[in-house]
Design a protein around this ligand. Sequence first.
Ligand code: ZN
Ligand code: ZN
Length: 214
Amino acid sequence: MALNARLDHRNPLVFDTHELGRRPGALQRLTRTIDAPTDLGIQGVIGVPEGAPVELDLRLESVMEGVLVTGTARASAKGECVRCLEPLEQVLEADFQEMFSYPDADDRGRPKAEPVDDAEDDEETLFLEDGLFDLEPVLRDAVVLALPMQPVCQDDCPGLCSECGARLADDPDHHHDAVDIRWAALQGLAGSLEDGEKDELSGAEPGVDEKQEK
Ligand SMILES: [Zn+2]
Ligand SMILES: [Zn+2]
């Protein structure tokens, strides 16, 4: 291997195409289970925990300009319901397809600056390096696309009570009586006035005594 190779064949997300060869039409299938890299998912929303197993099924196909990689990643993603904030786990299946071009593909008499329609989109061309390719960016994009931006624990999750924050799925009959709320507010006010008198020297402000039930 060349000394300046940037890709490390020991990295589980780096694949070797030497066995496949460069004869167009050659096919190779392979499966590999890897440990999820850091931040695989939508940060702060849902993702595959670092080190969790990710099953990869790949199909490598040798084509004229490089290797076409088609595959599926399966893993278990963890996150939080956006409505009720309960932790949730979801089976993730992400499909991807990506072309890894031979770095010398453009040196074969093809004019480099040829305006090809396909090249108009802002997708970056990925290249093979010494016959190796790095699946990580492809996997990341596929996983993010396959995950929900707003995961919910169940499709009809009713979320949290806007008054007290109780999880409504646990307590479908949950409600607050308007009269009770006003009464509670009066009680709270009376309570904080008392507290205010007692705590005069400690500088506590009456009225900021918010009661939060969980
Ligand atoms: Zn929920
Ligand atoms: Zn409530």
